[in-house]
Structures are given as C-alpha cells and as structure tokens.
Design a protein around this ligand. Sequence first.
Ligand code: TYM
Length: 328
Amino acid sequence: MARVLSCIQPTGDVHLGNYLGALRNWVSGQHANDVFHGIVDLHALTVTDTPGELGRNTIELAAMLFAVGLDPLVATVFVQSHVAEHSQLGWIMECTVSFGELSRMTQFKDKSAKREADFVSAGLFTYPALQAADILLYDANEVPVGDDQRQHIEITRDIATRFNHRFGDTFVLPKAVTPPAGARVMDLTDPTSKMSKSSETEAGCVYMLDAPSVIEKKFKRAVTDSDNEVRYDRDAKPGIANLLDILGAVTNTPATTLADQYHQYGSLKSDCGAAVAEMLAPIQQRYNELIGDPAELGRLLRIGAEKATAVAQVTLERAHRAIGFYPR
Ligand code: TYM
C-alpha cells in the first residue's frame, strides 16, 4: 500500500482544474492507498492578509473535499496549521534548499509578477521549502497533483536527497502522479494560460459551485479560433484542444477520439458544458448538505489533525535525531 499525500490551498473557490487535475485522483486513490490530504492554510497565508478569511475558506474547502468524495473514515483530511510539525520541518527544509534553487521556481516568478504593486512576502519565495516539509513528513511515495506542481515535487526530491546525503537516510523520495487527462486545464477565455483562481476574468474559470446555466454560458463563450475545424492540436488550436481535453477527462474518452466525432465548435462547446454541469450536480448537492453542519466538519478535521500529527511527529523526531540536535 503506497503512502499518498497531496494538499490544496484555501485561497478561494475550488475550480474545475483543481478537480480534474487533482481532487478526482485523490478520491479514486483513497481505497487502494494510505492517503493524507491537507488544507494548507499556512501556504495560503503567503497571499492573504484579511482577518478571518483563512478560517472561512478552510471550512468551505473541507466541505468541498468531503463533497467530492473523500471519505473521512478512510482518508486523513487535516488542516496544515493544526499540525505544528509542518512549520518545524519547514525551517529545516529552508536550510536544506538554496537561494538559487528557489529563484528558479516558475510559480514564484509568475505569482510575484502578478502581484505587481502588492506586498510580496518572503514566504512566497520560500514556499517550496514548506511544501517539501508537507510531503516528507508523511513519508509519501506518491503525490497526486496537476502538471503545474511537478517542479515543486522535483525540488522536494532534491531537498530530500541533499538532506539524506548530509545527515543519513531519513526521508522517502516522493514522485509526482498526474492524471492521463485533465492534468492541465486551461482558462476558457485564454487557453494558453492555466485555469486558476487568480485568472484575470471569472469567465474563463469554471467553479465547482457554479450554477448549470453559468457553466453552460462559460463554455459557450470559450475562446476558440476561426477556422471551424475540430482537430486535436495543442499548439495550433489551444482552445479546441482544451475543450476536447476537458470533455475527454469528464467522459473518460481519449481527446483524439472525440475530435473525430465533432464537426462544429458549437456542439462541442454545448456538450462540454452539459457534461461538466452534470458531473458537478451531485457534488454541489452534497456540498450544500455538508456546509450546513460546520460543527461536524470541525469534528472531522480534528480527527484528521490527530492522525496526521501522529505520523508527522515520528518523522520530525527522526529528522532531529539525524541532524543531531542536543536532545531535550
Ligand atoms: P493549489 O491549491 O494551487 O491546487 C491544488 C491542486 O490543483 C491542481 N491544479 C490544476 N490541475 C490541472 N489544471 C489546472 N488548471 C490546475 N490548477 C490547479 C494543482 O496542481 C494541485 O494539485 N502548492 C500547492 C499546494 C501544496 C501541495 C503540498 C501539493 C502545498 N503543499 C504538498 C502537494 C503536496 C498548490 O498551490 O496547489
């Protein structure tokens, strides 16, 4: 049984990219593996400064994680700030990664550029060190993520390798696992950028809680091209390729097979919208039930925090012993 860990930030509404790229795989893997899933509020603090916002987003995200199908009896779902070991190992990771390595992270370059005149915290820069701690604390073999996180898993392997070399074999080397379809869902209005919570416009991002009419409208307005030929070509026809990828991921059909079945953009767009709305309807219904009982969500998160802490403590102690801190 593999140990699996993956996390998501409570930075706003969950979208279709999060679901197809990551959450759906978390759910399908939960019975075959020993799985840990974190709501990483400390990571979200790198871009949040409003009192109370993280707590509200955290409980809503917990409801969404259970609504998509994570079973609290099987999967360990926890909040990062409830498990102090993340911050503790995070510092050790900061001392194991170099300034140069962190400077090469594309996500830091993108995010800091997008924030322009906003405050760019040092945490935004050292973020991958904390992410390495998240993963290594659980001896994770596999990390199911979307394509955009590959670089962060690679740097985690580099950090673990360096630590093991310096202090002796301590950490398990994890590997990224991305889905065959849906690993990179693109923005509907700008199909050369990934779908993201921080998109320029709401129109390009399909949120898990969007009403069916909103979803269908967003797909109808998806940016394509003007030659009206349905064919799968990511470079020449990124808008059409994105729609084929999404429909393929939702219906479990290869995108190239779907391309042969469509001759017009209009029907591809409307089928895509309908398929996504149908997939999300039962999730939305469960979400609405769960969010009505925040006390129960809190109870489940406390159980998750206890289980996560039990594992994280053992690993942190192992790291402390390997370093050779003077014992207390
Ligand atoms: P976050 O919160 O941005 O996204 C959560 C998951 O959703 C995936 N994802 C996508 N997949 C496909 N297409 C998209 N457009 C898309 N947008 C997002 C992400 O790849 C991710 O799997 N740094 C992480 C959170 C994190 C983490 C970890 C992940 C912190 N510690 C440890 C794994 C292991 C992040 O910001 O994800």
